[in-house]
Design a binder for this molecule. Structure first.
Ligand code: CTP
Length: 407
């Protein structure tokens, strides 16, 4: 067993102290969803509001959602109100201003402190993310753009607003990104960037092999583990490409997503990108066979009894990458229904991988479709390491840490 490495404790969002600052724009209603999303991810969330924000959403809404009193007045009469903003500034591990109006952006750029939120912001040392949301013309205004450039220069993370029809009736940039996207970027803000400069290629999901125009052969892979690997690597600062079969998952933010259907397409896209990658993680459940001949019309029932389908083997992409690889670290996933370690060991050797992540894909503990996974890591030098059942996101971080140990 390898020694427990420090990266096992990759600190994600769980239990982290996050302050959401809400300023007075119509998008303030979306901030309630943002607080909910962050709380759902396990964060300890506190909310600060400007006086104008209280016209859009009542502080009670945020108090109920966050489980903490809301701070909106430097002098609200409560016993600890006068120091609350300083105390919260010291405790915050990340801050997100959503929505950020032109007014608060201007005040932040100028270093002003004329209410609870702006005073708090001057005292914060944690990373701060700003989510501008306003009328398109206001957003494009030179003063606002100048202030945003200043904030970026000062080290604030500015999340680009979305483009579309805005509440004020104009169309263009200025829409606050969806709460799930902002919550995802807050998660990223909290993770140590130990993969900066690394190019990571991940394959995920099942493949689909057509039989006729309406039918295909596939498998039960949900793509969750591969998507979790891609997301975790992006959080840690890597440049990530995700070659993915058809899944029902939202594409990870800031990842180059390459959708494919068949094993042949996956092979083509993966082999074309391998030379450029430092780390290749093949999580995909690639179909081993495809129809020898794809029928041009729908196959009708009632023909000869016992329809026989002739199949031919697909290329083994991992094996091909293993043959061609130079300095890349190559990681495969073994999907087994029996003799987990024995079968995975064989794949490790045959495919020239540096690590195989072995997981069971049958029965009640199946990794397919589950939110959690329990795996055994097999290394080239013969080491084996069993990792306890855990959430796929957390597991992805542990696997990435082990991969970094190999570099
Ligand atoms: N793999 C691949 N190309 C294939 C089949 C598998 O790249 N045509 C990769 C998978 O992405 C995974 C690893 O090989 O990383 C192991 O896949 P798995 O389905 O467990 O095993 P197979 O090699 O297909 O062997 P078997 O079906 O006999 O278990």
């Amino acid at each position: 067993m390898p020694k427990k490495m420090k990266q096992d404790q990759v600190k994600t969002i769980e239990g982290r102290n996050i302050v959401v600052g809400v300023s007075g724009g119509i998008a303030a209603y979306k901030s309630a969803e943002l607080v909910r999303a962050l709380v759902k991810k396990g964060a300890d969330v506190r909310v600060m509001m400007t006086e104008n924000a209280c016209h859009f959403v009542g502080p009670l809404t945020f108090e109920a959602l966050s489980g903490h009193p809301v701070c909106f007045d430097l002098f609200d009469g409560a016993e600890d109100a006068a120091i609350r903003h300083i105390e919260w500034a010291g405790q915050a591990e990340a801050v997100v201003i959503a929505p950020a109006t032109a007014n608060i952006i201007g005040k932040m750029a100028a270093g002003m402190a004329d209410d609870a939120l702006t005073t708090f912001l001057l005292a914060v040392t944690a990373p701060v993310m700003v989510c501008p949301a306003m009328n398109t013309h206001m957003y494009k205004n030179r003063a606002v753009q100048r202030n945003l450039a200043l904030l970026r220069k000062d080290g604030y993370v500015v999340l680009e607003p979305g483009t579309g029809e805005l509440a004020c009736g104009t169309t263009g940039p200025g829409r606050m990104p969806e709460p799930d996207i902002i919550a995802d970027r807050v998660c990223r803000l909290l993770v140590e960037k130990d993969m900066t400069g690394k190019k990571v290629l991940v394959t995920a999901g099942p493949t689909r092999e057509s039989i006729d125009p309406v039918r295909y052969i596939s498998n039960h892979s949900s793509g969750r583990m591969g998507y979790a690997m891609a997301r975790a690597a992006e959080y840690r600062g890597a440049e990530v490409t995700l070659v993915t079969g058809p899944v029902n998952l939202a594409p990870p933010v800031a990842v180059d997503v390459v959708p494919v259907q068949t094993a042949e397409e996956m092979a083509e896209e993966t082999l074309a990108r391998m030379g450029d990658s430092h780390i290749i993680i093949k999580v995909a459940a690639v179909g081993d066979y495809r129809a020898e001949k794809v029928a041009s019309q729908k196959i009708k029932k009632g023909g000869k009894p016992g329809l026989v389908l002739n199949l031919k083997e697909n290329q083994d992409i991992l094996k091909e990458v293993g043959k061609k690889k130079k300095k890349q670290v190559l990681v495969g996933f073994a999907a087994e229904t029996q003799a987990l370690v024995k079968n995975a060991k064989k794949k490790l050797a045959e495919k020239n991988a540096d690590m195989i992540v072995a997981n069971m894909v049958a029965g009640k503990d199946s990794a397919f479709g589950s939110e959690t996974n329990e795996v055994c890591l097999l290394y080239k030098d013969g080491r084996q390491e069993r990792l306890p059942r855990q959430d796929k996101e957390k597991l992805a971080h542990v696997i990435l840490s082990r991969i970094l140990d190999l570099i």
